[in-house]
Design a protein around this ligand. Structure first.
Ligand SMILES: C[S@@+](CC[C@H](N)C(=O)[O-])C[C@H]1O[C@@H](n2cnc3c(N)ncnc32)[C@H](O)[C@@H]1O
Length: 239
């Protein structure tokens, strides 16, 4: 029964996204992401990351669903960044740049974040929003699909945030590992592992001696009732 409710809720989100896209495509109304971009740039003062996050959160709680990590899980992401204090981070799935801002504002002076986004539209919006936040000097946004961009990466990472399409988490993590892009004890922070029932991914990180993995139960972004969770896995290079 629980699974049925989860499926119905997920279906509702997907149908709403399709309706929103269709309505905007046929110019019946504006794309919600264009509205959010406008609000973030107008309502929040320049160089005020918190005001941008608040504007986006307010819209997502009160107007329409947005697929950012959200305020509850966003704080867990920030805590994980502060605990790891990474020199080099990688993010798969940028959307409006919301999580990029949450990561960037917790990085120390010499740390940096590379973020990969496949959609041209979201890529452009995120550039404007992150730039408005004043945090773009340590940010390297890359446009393209993760499977096409990851092979070009040469640096090693201490923190990887997985938040793109869910059926790509596992194959991308395996590619990242195969390419030797993870430093010892790198943290892999994966969002939405309950919402999307990510058994394959979870079984991989939980059953391999290469990772020590822990689960944190949460609610889905911008929901007080729908269960979700994040999986935080630590990479052990020598295993
Ligand atoms: C859930 S949203 C990311 C939300 C963002 N991390 C945040 O919390 O603010 C997922 C994003 O991943 C992008 N995406 C999906 N598959 C991708 C892929 N294979 N490579 C790069 N980006 C991808 C989508 O276009 C979308 O913008």
């Amino acid at each position: 029964m629980k699974n049925l409710y989860r499926l119905l809720d997920l279906t509702k989100i997907i149908i709403n996204e399709i309706i929103d896209y269709g309505a905007s495509y046929f110019r019946v109304k504006k794309f919600k992401v264009d509205i959010v971009e406008n609000l973030a740039l107008k309502n929040a003062n320049k160089n005020n990351p918190q005001a941008i996050l608040d504007t986006i959160d307010y819209y997502a709680w009160n107007e329409a669903f947005l697929m950012n990590i959200g305020d509850e899980k966003g704080l867990l992401l920030e805590k994980a960044i502060r605990e790891k204090n990474p020199a080099n981070c990688l993010e798969l799935g940028v959307y409006l740049g919301y999580s990029s801002i949450r990561i960037l504002r917790n990085l120390h002076e010499n740390s940096k974040l590379t973020s990969i986004e496949a959609s041209n539209k979201y890529f452009e919006i995120s550039q404007k929003i992150v730039s408005h936040s004043g945090l773009s000097n340590r940010w390297k946004p890359m446009k393209g699909k993760s499977k096409d961009v990851i092979p070009s990466l040469k640096e090693k990472y201490d923190f990887v945030f997985l938040d793109h399409w869910k059926d790509e988490y596992l194959s991308d993590l395996k590619t990242i590992q195969r390419q030797g892009l993870l430093n010892d004890k790198a943290v892999i922070f994966a969002d939405n592992v309950v919402l999307f029932n990510m058994e394959d991914y979870l079984s991989y990180v939980r059953n391999s001696s290469t990772f020590e993995s822990k689960f944190i139960s949460t609610m889905r972004e911008y929901s007080k009732t729908q269960p979700d969770g994040i999986e935080i896995s630590i990479f052990n290079k020598d295993d």
